[in-house]
Design a protein around this ligand. Structure first.
Ligand code: SF4
Length: 401
């Protein structure tokens, strides 16, 4: 596989603006596909004045006249006058007389059958999309290419099927606030922080946020969220951000890849970084994590769950022209010990190679169900009730050991 140069990557270090996210590959494929229609039909006899038919004249594609149905004409087709010099019928008569027109007349076989690359299943990918593809290719396809809505989320796992064993379902979270919402709320609160003069938000502000998201306000959740802010405010990482030359939060980025097999079209990789701080020695990217660590080692968790994200962040900053980028994962249960990795320009080709490798299945259209279906993976999947090749004895079971 090869990697083409970026098509105007976003300068996350300078402007903070996102390049046009309009999927050039998609537009290009539409143009090629339209031009291919008459090429396939070339030489076929077609009825005179067939609506929506295409004709080829030289290298130009022209449309045959349309039939219009006037609303007051009782449903009868009304033919508008054809003002062109040559009617479609006349063209067909030329064929009947042995005359040759368009590409036939030019004897241009090279133009007769252009290769039409298939459209990419998706034109853009975020790191979460890549992670989703890694977990289950078929679910990725259903949700991100077909955009099917999520399915029913089972409350409890069913008994594992024959030959499937697994641990008990995870213990209930000590906080009733859903993990996704908990993560969103802490990001909102930290976004409001002044790094130079940090303060812990008043309980009323936290209650207001929880209530605005339709959740019952519980003191335990308010304390939990305030504690995370307080720990981060007291951390060396917060002080380091405060001393940076320039700090931006919630900064979007995008850059493109042109993997082999994509027919020359690019795949846009996009995302948003929590904190982007420009320092003397390079750029620091901070990502807040609200994961409940328990006994887990933050470094191992980062390697297992956030490796793709780290790769994408590093490449985005290097593509933007920074020579050195440090990506720091700040677990808000222990913000004093961020998991940091440093990357330099020399590593950019290897990062690109790995990213292209990760995206290869998406580009080639390989969308297979996971080999290890289980409740935690399959809950809410639009394919789980009926489309997936796995049955409920596997998709609603506990995770296999
Ligand atoms: S039910 Fe599970 S294995 Fe099947 S497509 Fe959905 S996530 Fe993948």
């Amino acid at each position: 596989m090869s990697v083409a140069a970026a098509a105007a990557p976003v300068d996350v270090g300078a402007g903070g603006e996102v390049t046009a996210l309009d999927g050039a590959g998609t537009v290009g494929s539409q143009v090629v596909a339209r031009a291919a229609v008459p090429a396939r039909l070339r030489g076929h006899r077609r009825p005179v004045r067939a609506p929506e038919q295409h004709r080829v004249a030289g290298a130009r594609v022209v449309r045959g006249p349309r039939e219009h149905v006037h609303p007051t004409a009782g449903g009868e087709p009304v033919q508008p006058p054809d003002h062109r010099g040559t009617h479609v019928g006349e063209v067909d008569q030329m064929h009947e007389c042995g005359g040759r027109v368009g590409l036939d007349a030019l004897q241009a076989p090279a133009l007769g059958a252009p290769a039409v690359p298939a459209a990419l299943p998706v034109g853009r990918l975020s790191y979460s999309g890549l992670e989703s593809y890694k977990r289950c290719g078929y679910r990725f396809y259903l949700e991100r290419a077909l955009r099917l809505p999520g399915g029913h989320v089972a409350e409890q796992p069913v008994r594992p099927g024959p030959g499937v064993t697994g641990p008990s379902p995870p213990a209930e979270s000590p906080s009733p606030l859903p993990a996704l919402l908990r993560g969103s709320l802490i990001h909102l609160l930290l976004e409001e922080m002044d790094f130079a003069v940090p303060t812990v938000p008043p309980a009323e502000r936290v209650e207001e946020l929880i209530d605005a998201h339709g959740e019952e306000v519980r003191p335990a959740d308010v304390n939990d969220l305030c504690s995370m802010v307080e720990r981060f405010a007291a951390s060396p990482l917060r002080r380091r951000i405060a001393s940076a030359a320039r700090v931006r939060t919630e900064l979007p980025f995008a850059f493109s890849l042109e993997p082999d097999g994509a027919g020359g079209r690019s795949l846009l990789i996009n995302g948003v970084v929590d904190v982007h701080a420009v320092e003397d020695r390079g750029v620091l990217i901070v990502d807040y994590k609200s994961d409940r660590l328990g006994e887990r080692d933050p470094a191992l968790l980062t390697a297992e769950a956030y490796e793709t994200q780290r790769l994408v962040y590093a490449l985005a900053a290097l593509r933007a022209g920074h020579d050195r980028v440090e990506v720091a994962y700040c677990f808000l249960e222990c913000p004093e010990e961020p998991v940091a990795s440093v990357f330099g320009t020399a590593e950019a080709p290897e990062l690109e190679r790995r990213l292209v490798e990760l995206a290869a299945g998406v580009v080639s259209g390989s969308f297979r169900p996971s080999d290890r279906p289980h409740l935690a993976l399959c809950a809410g999947c639009p394919g789980q009730p009926a489309l997936c090749s796995w049955g409920p004895e596997r998709t609603l079971a506990a995770e296999p050991a």
